[in-house]
Structure formats: structure tokens, C-alpha cells
Design a protein around this ligand. Structure first.
Ligand SMILES: [Zn+2]
Length: 624
């Protein structure tokens, strides 16, 4: 039987152990599919979904009608009695979760509002046919998700071909991700029924599409045929297969020159765009696109587009915009810089073309194509255009689960965005200081009691701009600048991209990759930043002397631990910076730095370069 004293002692030890920042993080055990070192295991598998889609846009009735052939390959070790299919147009159906909740717009980074509804538009998709081997399959719709029963279970290694037909009314405003301007401009995403991911972690991933959580898709090849009014110019994921049918000889000749041009060249000039827009062209035209190894397909169309193009290392960089859009003449330069910068820094862009389209969407990414608005301020224009292209790396290439972990795509992307912006605007006040926004955002958003851990799902986040964008970008900045150092961080991050390109990484795969390459146990770091809202408060408590030695009494006053940088100022005017490793906090929350230089210490400051989100800077310095 334990004595009362023993119980109290144990309780005390327990509470010390509970508050230790260094206890191990409970990650899923490594497996044959996901290895202990963070790489895909020898038995890693993922499903494959190839699509052949034929769609026709009726700009009079505003109806998009399609037929679709899905070739689905079961690489899992499981037999599948049913499949889950995403039918995301149902976010605009009257009984959607979004409409039932009267989903309010999401306040975003101070001023902006993100409205994920159709702003009162009532639509939704009608599935006209869903068959396999000529037989209709029983299906049950759950809003934006549909379960389809297979006639016989699909065994491991087996494939099935679905024959699908559907139609839906095109919303004018499609939840900030798709839509149209009258019948002059269409930006189309979330449009065709597509396979939900089946993975080794959760099996099916049928989380509903409510708005804030984006996508989690299988990779595959696409063959897409789009029939539109003949006067429209179409931009899409993929490569045009029938250039002779859809482009003029002049456009084709200009494209050849643009491919090897470092500067954006007009494929459709401003005058031509204006003339095209005014012309009545009867009939329809059919565009044929193919895309290899992508996780989605989107497109845009208008009779009014100007079209610029340039090339970088064989990649065609394209910008489509209306003559009224400014500053879109610079957009091609911005786009080309972005594709080059991200390729050189994080791994080469893997597709033949990169397109950005100006229109009503405030910023949205799809493979090889992004939707970006015209913004009056050049810095903002670059940021949004570049940010959407950053998504070609996270999550188009590194295919993480955005419906659960937006910090792994929006967040990683926002981090790399700061590097691109520092590059494009190098030498300007904006370029040299832009990353400081992250500490400003910390002060505004990391409010105790209100802040949520970034591991919470996007639809649960009240401050998505912070939890999914800025905080993870700050996390990686601190990891790079204060924990790993640039070279190690860069190598680890690039390796993460390389290992998980065209695959489905989970948080643990990222953590393990970074830790293995850095040679550091970072459980404490991930717990603080990803799983909790721990705050940092490093302090200089006081300074004393013992003989020739100056004693600088340091403390860690909040829950978050980080290595400590101490700047000492001496009476003779010199300064010295000392770095203390994270292990200092193994010894407790107080630490005494001993300075035996013989010189008189007149000042001591922690985090002198203002790298950390220190919640109380008032206690960071001692002396003058
Ligand atoms: Zn984004």
C-alpha cells in the first residue's frame, strides 16, 4: 500500500512528466507502407484513377453536361465492396451541409471574407448514369459524397471501369473556387464526379465538401474533350491535343516562338482579344486535352482573353486575361519567375505547361492551371499569382490530404511563398521585410483561449488564415532559422518533396523525414507547433557576478521550448552572440549562462534578431 507521501511524490513526478516538453509524440507506428525513417515503405500502395471526360457547355442555359469513363485500379490489399465518389457540385444543392448551416463567410487575415457558398444559388449535380459492365450500380448520395455498391467486390490488383453521365447548372459564384461572369467567362473546377481516396491509413476518406477543407485525390491520367461556343479560348489542365482545330496558324506560330522566349510574348494581343470579344462566331468548337499524372482537372474559357506565353526549361508558361485586367502585362514575368524559383528551390515542375487565368475567382489552384483575380497593387498581384502556383508543389505534386491537414499544403506553400517574394522583390523594402508579417500575424492571431491547434480540421478552424497559412509558415521559418539551420532544413524539405511526390504523405511521414535527415528528435517541436497552442516566453531574469564570472539567469516562462540565442554587450562596446541548444531545457525551466570572459557585461538580450514569436518581449533584455 502506498503512503500518502509516496502518493504525493508520485503525483508530483507525474505532473512534472506531463508537463515535460520532451516526452515522445504518439505517432502511428511505422509500417511496411510508411517507414520509420519517413519514406514510403516497401509495400507502399495507392489507388489509381484515370478519367476520360467529354463535356459540353451550354452558355445559353448555363448547363454543363458530361459523360465520363473512370478506370479505377485497386492497388490496396483489400477487397472493396463499394467505392466512394465525390460529387462536389452538391455543395450548391438545397440540402447541402453548407446551406443547412447557412455557412457564414470565413473571416480571413483581417479584412478578406471567404464565402464558400453559392451566395444563394441553388444547383447541384444530377447523375444521369453510373454503370459498370453495362449494369447500373446502386448508389446513395450523402450530399457531396456518394457511395456506389459494386456488383461484385473489387479484389486486390483488380480494375473496374465506370461509365458515368451527369449534368449541373453552372453557378455564377461557386463558393470562391469556380463560377462564371454571365456567359462571357467561365472558371470550372469541382465539376465532374471523381474517386475519393482509399488509403492505408483510414481506408476511404469521404469527408464532406463544406468549403474550407480542400481536396484529397488519387493520381491518374486525364483525357478531356470540351465543347464550347466557337469563339471561346480555353485554358486547362494538360496539353492541347488538337491544335490545328482550335488555334489559328498565327497563334500556333507565335506559340512556337514563345516556348523559347524568356519574355512573355502575345499569342493573342489586346487588339485581337477586343476584336474576338466583339465578333459573333456561330457554332461550337471542341477542345481536346490530355494530362499525365495529375490529381484533378480544371479549365477556364472566354471569348475575351488576351494570351501571353513564355518558356522556361521546356515548360510553357501561360497567362490568360481580359483586356481590362491590370497589371496582367507583368503577370507572365511573375509566373515565369515563380515557376523557375520553385523549381530551383524545391524540385523541378513536373508538367509541360503552367497556366494562370484572370477572372472572378479570388485565388484557386488546380494542376497546371490557377485562377487568380486582377489586383490593383503589384505586390498583392504577385503574391496571389505566385501562391496559387506554389500549390503545384503542395499539394499537386506532394499529394497530402487537404481536407484534414491544410497546414501541409496551404502552410508549406505559404512558407515557400515568402522565399519567392523575397526573390522577386529583392532589394526593395517590401522584399526585405515581407517575412516579418508572420510575427505581426502571431501577435494578432495567437490569442490564448481563442487560438486552435493547427492539427484541427480546416472546417473546425475559426482563424484559418493563421492556423493553415501563417502559423505553419512561421513554424518552418523558426525550424529553418533557429533549430536546423538553412542547409539542413533545405535538404530535408527537398527530400520530403522528392520522397512523396505523386504520393499521399501523412503528418508522421513529414516529421520522420525531417528528423531523420536533420539527425534530431523533434517531437517537442511538432507537439508545440502542430498539436498545441503552446506559447513562447524566453526571458533574462537577472544578471549577477561571482568572482570573474558573470552569471546570466535565463528562464523559459511559458510552455513552448526553443533553443536560445543570447546576445551579450560588454562595457568596451563589443558584442558577442551565444547559442544554447534545446537540451538546456532538459535541466528545467531555468538556466544560468556563465560568462567568464573577464569583460564587464553591461547588457544581455535573448532572441536579439527577433526570430521568435516571443509572447512577452518586455523581459527579453537586461541592462543597457
Ligand atoms: Zn492556397
Amino acid at each position: 500500500m502506498l503512503s500518502l507521501v509516496t502518493v504525493l511524490t508520485l503525483a508530483l513526478q507525474q505532473s512534472v512528466a506531463d508537463t515535460s516538453p520532451f516526452r515522445a509524440l504518439a505517432l502511428p507506428a511505422p509500417s511496411r507502407t510508411r517507414g520509420a525513417a519517413g519514406m514510403p515503405g516497401p509495400e507502399y500502395w495507392q489507388q489509381r484513377a484515370d478519367y476520360v471526360i467529354r463535356a459540353t457547355l451550354d452558355t445559353g442555359r448555363q448547363i454543363l453536361t458530361g459523360s465520363e469513363h473512370i478506370h479505377y485500379v485497386n492497388h490496396s490489399p483489400d477487397s472493396l465492396a463499394f467505392v466512394w465518389v465525390q460529387i462536389e457540385q452538391n455543395i450548391f444543392a438545397p440540402n447541402s451541409i453548407t446551406y443547412a448551416l447557412d455557412q457564414p463567410p470565413l473571416a480571413f487575415a483581417g479584412g478578406a471574407l471567404f464565402d464558400f457558398t453559392g451566395k444563394g444559388f441553388v444547383g447541384g449535380i444530377t447523375i444521369d448514369r453510373f454503370q459498370a459492365a453495362g449494369r447500373a450500380l446502386k448508389r446513395t448520395e450523402y450530399g457531396t459524397m456518394m457511395r456506389v455498391e459494386l456488383a461484385t467486390p473489387l479484389g486486390p490488383g483488380r480494375a473496374i471501369d465506370f461509365d458515368v453521365a451527369w449534368h449541373f447548372p453552372v453557378p455564377p459564384y461557386g463558393g470562391g473556387r469556380m463560377g462564371r461572369i454571365g456567359s462571357r467567362l467561365y472558371e470550372i473546377g469541382q465539376w465532374y464526379p471523381r474517386m475519393t481516396v482509399y488509403d492505408d491509413v483510414r481506408g476511404w476518406n469521404p469527408l464532406p465538401y463544406i468549403g474550407a477543407g480542400e481536396f484529397y485525390h488519387e493520381y491518374g491520367d486525364y483525357d478531356v474533350t470540351l465543347t464550347l461556343p466557337a469563339g471561346f479560348l480555353v485554358a486547362a489542365t494538360g496539353t492541347v491535343l488538337n491544335p490545328l482545330m482550335v488555334w489559328t496558324p498565327e497563334q500556333r506560330a507565335r506559340l512556337v516562338r514563345a516556348r523559347s522566349s524568356t519574355k512573355g510574348m502575345a499569342i493573342v494581343t489586346s487588339a485581337e482579344a477586343t476584336a474576338n470579344g466583339a465578333r459573333r462566331t456561330p457554332g461550337t468548337k471542341t477542345w481536346h486535352f490530355t494530362a499525365h499524372r495529375v490529381r484533378d482537372f480544371a479549365w477556364a474559357a472566354s471569348p475575351d482573353y488576351r494570351w501571353d506565353a513564355s518558356g522556361w526549361h521546356g515548360i510553357l508558361v501561360q497567362t490568360f486575361y481580359r483586356p481590362s485586367a491590370t497589371p496582367w502585362e507583368e503577370a507572365n514575368r511573375m509566373a515565369r519567375f515563380t515557376i523557375q524559383h520553385f523549381s530551383e528551390t524545391w524540385g523541378t515542375y513536373p508538367w509541360p505547361q503552367a497556366t494562370t487565368v484572370e477572372g472572378l475567382i479570388e485565388g484557386m489552384e488546380y494542376p497546371m492551371i490557377t485562377f487568380v483575380p486582377s489586383l490593383p497593387k503589384r505586390e498583392d498581384q504577385f503574391w496571389v499569382l505566385m501562391h496559387e502556383f506554389g500549390h503545384e508543389w503542395f499539394p499537386m505534386m506532394v499529394g497530402s490530404d487537404e481536407r484534414r491537414y491544410p497546414w501541409m499544403d496551404e502552410g508549406f506553400n505559404t512558407f515557400i511563398d515568402y522565399g519567392a517574394t523575397e526573390g522577386y522583390f529583392a532589394g526593395t523594402a517590401y522584399g526585405d521585410t515581407v517575412r516579418r508579417e508572420l510575427l505581426t500575424a502571431y501577435a494578432a492571431s495567437a490569442v490564448p483561449g481563442r487560438e486552435q491547434p493547427m492539427i484541427d480540421k480546416p472546417v473546425e478552424q475559426r482563424d484559418l488564415a493563421w492556423a493553415a497559412y501563417q502559423k505553419p509558415a512561421l513554424m518552418l521559418t523558426v525550424l529553418r532559422d533557429a533549430v536546423l539551420g538553412r542547409e539542413t532544413f533545405q535538404r530535408a524539405m527537398r527530400e520530403y518533396v522528392r520522397r512523396w511526390a505523386f504520393k499521399h504523405p501523412q503528418p508522421a511521414d513529414f516529421f520522420r523525414t525531417i528528423e531523420n535527415i536533420a539527425g534530431k528528435d523533434l517531437d517537442w517541436f511538432w507537439r508545440e507547433w502542430v498539436y498545441t497552442t503552446a506559447r513562447l516566453d524566453q526571458a533574462v531574469d537577472s544578471v549577477g557576478t561571482r568572482g570573474d564570472t558573470t552569471l546570466v539567469y535565463l528562464s523559459n516562462r511559458a510552455q513552448m521550448v526553443l533553443p536560445l540565442t543570447l546576445e551579450l554587450r560588454y562595457a568596451d562596446g563589443t558584442r558577442e552572440t551565444r547559442a544554447y541548444p534545446i537540451e538546456m531545457w532538459n535541466l528545467g525551466s531555468r538556466f544560468t549562462a556563465r560568462v567568464a570572459s573577464g569583460k564587464q557585461v553591461v547588457g544581455a538580450t535573448v532572441d536579439p534578431k527577433l526570430v521568435y514569436p516571443d509572447s512577452d518581449r518586455g523581459n527579453n533584455s537586461w541592462g543597457r
